[in-house]
Design a protein around this ligand. Structure first.
Ligand SMILES: *Cc1c(COP(=O)(O)O)cnc(C)c1O
Length: 429
């Protein structure tokens, strides 16, 4: 057994040690199907837990406000170099503490308060930072929202896809300074080219928020927005499989503005431990095994969607082209809400999240949908047959939700699957 990347440091705190051990068990004995989650490698976790957590390094490599940053400068430079090489970008900022911070920093860098931003509707797949009334972004900037086309059950011509006529119409009517592409609950490829065309027609800048699909882009399983967008933001912990955090890529002409919007614009000292872990993840994503991984993520997701469809669930937009499936539960069982499905599946050891679907008749707290992702369990080594088995387990648990024994038996089958596909097999907790 290899030692745990972090445990020996905290054995003198039995309360925290015990909680970490419990969470290790939860992650490795239940199925992780939250589309925004993944299993980072022990190397990523080791860097996150390294001595770099001790260092203050406000500023950027070569321009720090504190002494002692020679090595930290090399760490951050390495992360930036690896990242620009991975995506073919001019400039990288690896300091954002999260994807939300990366987005807000870009708005700050490129816009004045009150400027208009055209982004995706929250209830049709957009993110909180795309102008939710609950987010500070909606107070500082004026948002106009585009949506998806109406539902269409013809498999040759699926609906619930980004409505580019709507994007174009709103862009011409409102003349936004910035158009945001990218989503948090959308199972289809997002082609950057039509967004670029529309941005050019109205003289807007284009930001591509690739939080979810950054790993798929790195692996060549989703179109790369870098040649088309002025700025690309993303998280490092979703399909990219790094530490929790954010990053920004941009054209050289925006480099200075973006850097000063991140620091000192909105953040203080960078988390250089997280930046070292980002560098590790960027290296992992540049290996020849990574495209094989991201290709498998998509194959698994496609197999999952088709097995769920056979069980009677309706896939929003008819299917998937990425790591995510968005399930409309109403066809399967008109009484089953997203909230109840999430709760039943939790009892069955299957971790998911409820999600609104386009034109959802239920509230965002209840919902009629379930969002599922294949990235984490693909990291654990699962392939199409396992995802087909999981689809059957989900259907069985939800169909028999009134019967505790049936849900418990699904929980047992889940335990066997997780034992056979443990992402941290060989490491001690
Ligand atoms: C997850 C996500 C974010 C925010 O990332 P955090 O790290 O949670 O702040 C931003 N945009 C999109 C599209 C996302 O899916």
């Amino acid at each position: 057994m290899s030692p745990s990347p972090f445990d020996s440091w905290i054995t003198n705190d039995s309360e925290v040690s015990s909680l970490l051990a419990q969470e290790w068990d939860r992650q490795t004995t239940t199925l992780q199907l939250i589309a925004s989650e993944n299993f980072a490698s022990p190397a990523v976790m080791a860097a996150t837990g390294s001595v770099l957590t001790n260092k203050y390094s406000e500023g950027y490599p070569g321009r720090r406000y504190y002494g002692g940053n020679q090595i930290v400068d090399e760490v951050e430079d390495l992360a930036r170099r690896r990242l620009t090489a991975l995506f073919g970008a001019d400039h990288a900022n690896v300091q954002p503490h999260s994807g939300a911070n990366a987005n807000v920093a870009v708005y700050q860098a490129l816009l004045d308060p009150g400027d208009t931003i055209l982004a995706m509707r929250l209830d049709q797949g957009g993110h909180l930072t795309h102008g939710s009334p609950a987010s500070m972004t909606s107070k500082a900037w004026h948002f106009v929202s585009y949506g998806v086309t109406p539902r269409n059950d013809d498999p040759e011509n699926p609906g619930e896809l980004i409505d580019f006529d709507n994007v174009r119409e709103l862009a011409h009517a409102h003349r936004p300074k910035l158009i945001v592409a990218g989503a948090t609950a959308y199972a289809r490829r997002i082609n950057p080219e039509p967004f670029r065309e529309i941005a050019n027609e109205v003289g807007a800048l284009l930001m591509f928020d690739s939080a979810h699909v950054a790993g798929l882009i790195a692996g060549g399983s989703h179109p790369n927005p870098v040649p088309f967008a002025d700025v690309v933001t993303f998280t490092t912990h979703k399909t990219l499989r790094g530490p929790r955090g954010g990053a920004i890529l941009c054209r050289e002409e925006f480099a200075k503005k973006v850097d000063s919007a991140v620091f000192p614009g909105m953040q203080g000292g960078p988390l250089e431990n997280a930046i070292a872990a980002k560098a590790v993840a960027f290296h992992e994503a540049s290996q020849s095994s990574f495209p094989v991984y991201t290709d498998q993520i998509v194959k698994n997701s496609v197999a999952f969607a088709s097995a769920l469809t056979k069980e009677g669930f309706r896939m929003v937009s008819g299917g998937t082209e990425n790591h995510m499936v968005l399930v409309d539960l109403r066809e399967f069982d008109a009484d089953l809400t997203g909230k109840e499905a999430q709760e039943v599946l939790d009892r069955a050891g299957i971790t998911t999240n409820r999600n609104t679907i386009p034109d959802d008749p239920r509230s965002p707290f209840v919902t009629s949908g379930l969002r599922l992702g294949s990235a984490a369990q693909t990291t654990a080594g699962m392939k199409e047959p396992e995802f087909e088995a999981i689809a059957a387990l989900i259907a069985h648990a939800l169909r028999s939700r009134a019967n505790e024994d049936a849900v418990a038996s699904v929980r047992e089958d889940v335990g066997v699957l997780c034992h056979d596909f443990n992402p941290y097999a060989g490491f001690t907790k």
